[in-house]
Design a protein around this ligand. Sequence first.
Ligand SMILES: *[C@@H]1O[C@H](CO)[C@@H](O)[C@H](O)[C@H]1NC(C)=O
Ligand SMILES: *[C@@H]1O[C@H](CO)[C@@H](O)[C@H](O)[C@H]1NC(C)=O
Ligand SMILES: *[C@@H]1O[C@H](CO)[C@@H](O)[C@H](O)[C@H]1NC(C)=O
Ligand SMILES: *[C@@H]1O[C@H](CO)[C@@H](O)[C@H](O)[C@H]1NC(C)=O
Ligand SMILES: *[C@@H]1O[C@H](CO)[C@@H](O)[C@H](O)[C@H]1NC(C)=O
Ligand SMILES: *[C@@H]1O[C@H](CO)[C@@H](O)[C@H](O)[C@H]1NC(C)=O
Ligand SMILES: *[C@@H]1O[C@H](CO)[C@@H](O)[C@H](O)[C@H]1NC(C)=O
Length: 477
Amino acid sequence: MAILILLFFLVVNPLFHLHFSLARDSNPNGVLVLGLSQSSASLPIPKDHKTSLNRPTEVLDMVEQLREVRDGYLIPLNIGTPPQAIQVYMDTGSDLTWVPCGNLSFECMDCDDYRNSYKLAIFSPSQSSSLYRDSCASPFCVDIHSSENSLDPCTVAGCSLSTLLKSACSRPCPSFAYTYGAGGVVTGTLTRDTLRVHGNSSGVTREIPKFSFGCVGSTYREPIGIAGFGRGALSLPSQLGFLQKGFSHCFLAFKYANNPNISSPLVLGNYALSSSKDSMQFTPMLKSPMFPNYYYIGLQAITVGNSSTRTEVPSSLSEFDSLGNGGMLIDSGTTYTHLPEPFYSQLLSLLQGVISYPRANEVETRTGFDLCYKVPSPNNTFTDDHFPPITFHFLNNVTLVLPQENHFYAMSAPANSTVVKCLLFQSMDEGEYGPAGVFGSFQQQNLQVVYDLEKERIGFQPMDCASAAASQGLHKK
Ligand SMILES: *[C@@H]1O[C@H](CO)[C@@H](O)[C@H](O)[C@H]1NC(C)=O
Ligand SMILES: *[C@@H]1O[C@H](CO)[C@@H](O)[C@H](O)[C@H]1NC(C)=O
Ligand SMILES: *[C@@H]1O[C@H](CO)[C@@H](O)[C@H](O)[C@H]1NC(C)=O
Ligand SMILES: *[C@@H]1O[C@H](CO)[C@@H](O)[C@H](O)[C@H]1NC(C)=O
Ligand SMILES: *[C@@H]1O[C@H](CO)[C@@H](O)[C@H](O)[C@H]1NC(C)=O
Ligand SMILES: *[C@@H]1O[C@H](CO)[C@@H](O)[C@H](O)[C@H]1NC(C)=O
Ligand SMILES: *[C@@H]1O[C@H](CO)[C@@H](O)[C@H](O)[C@H]1NC(C)=O
């Protein structure tokens, strides 16, 4: 079945090869220090979501520790009775939460890059006494199958949505296929079990019975599970009652990737909103009529260097067309920020105009990044460089000077008194479909990012996330 799905995927569905090109693809040598773009946005599907409102209005805050890996941030999930700990990507660009599932049978195709990098924890359904398969009448079952996704086993088998909608149905929810923007696919069954989450003071845990998630037996290019933080009914914040409140995170700098000694908090609930400082700048959350489950913000201009000159970006980065395409997705599941052509090339030219270091063309060829420079590093030690600051201007006069290490980043340790640094932005693949740009997790390092779902806005505040973590006792010495 998985192979069949794969063929469908490769042959029938060019749409799925969307937006997010992988730096890794042009790097056959595997020398790349930084990771590949984690896939993100699930297949954009028109949906009309009604959030389930039958939740207590007062939910306790939740705080989980995010760990950084080379291409994203992991959140630990404790599922089942007794609880099994599974680390999954925290992804604001999709809704479904899923874990690799099965005794010995979890299969990940085209995952060689990861196999040695991660110790995979696999959820064992037979070890949990509280687990059961979601039923066909569950709103989540309808949700996960309510797509035009021709890979969906339900669709392949010819069972229609209207069959599912007959709520008398008491059969188990048919297995699903869920597709991600960069080409990943996961297939599995919708399952319910107890999820244990942490409160905002140490030692306090909360049990969420009947949490609905995917028990995934086979995937294509998705080796680790994902916690969906989108706005759809299936998402983790939605099921836990945080969709009317919000959440916040402070992503550690890349140098802490795979460091077991430090993590940073992901906060859900009132505290995520109330702890924001006066200097927090808020830009409105835009709602795409076509993709209402994604978080969009509007980018208006970019400034390179210290000048007061703003370079306007295409209006597609702050507006939707009549079909709902356009806007800038803010997505923790995409590694690098993606900008549309021809603006992306214009930005490269602007940068080339003010940077005087020699280019490192061979590194560009090897890594797939478009702008790399050789920076002198006497005695092979890192010294201050002179890259211009890059400032993003979002709607509502939000001026975000990106922390320096969020754009030009060292590809390897200094050698021969030189270090090569590359601009970690990428161009959006051609195509008129979906978002016009993506604000990725690499550019969200050392920023406090607040998803204020009450007031429909997203806040930014530069912050040293390692210090913030240390002050909260999350830095093991
Ligand atoms: C899973 O593994 C356990 C112990 O190895 C075994 O007892 C059980 O039958 C297995 N379950 C399935 C569904 O394979
Ligand atoms: C936990 O959350 C409650 C309610 O939002 C708040 O009053 C309290 O200060 C928080 N405690 C900590 C340690 O953050
Ligand atoms: C983490 O802490 C341990 C114990 O202090 C130390 O040996 C190790 O080098 C640290 N790891 C990193 C990556 O800093
Ligand atoms: C490089 O190392 C040499 C010898 O250790 C030292 O004399 C020199 O000052 C160093 N240069 C810089 C720029 O640190
Ligand atoms: C920009 O301003 C900062 C401090 O205001 C200064 O350190 C830096 O050299 C300036 N950069 C350029 C390219 O003018
Ligand atoms: C935008 O913000 C800047 C400071 O960041 C301020 O000087 C300017 O007056 C603001 N403009 C508007 C239209 O609010
Ligand atoms: C350092 O320079 C030597 C001689 O020019 C060269 O052979 C070597 O490949 C260089 N090493 C790196 C890491 O660039």
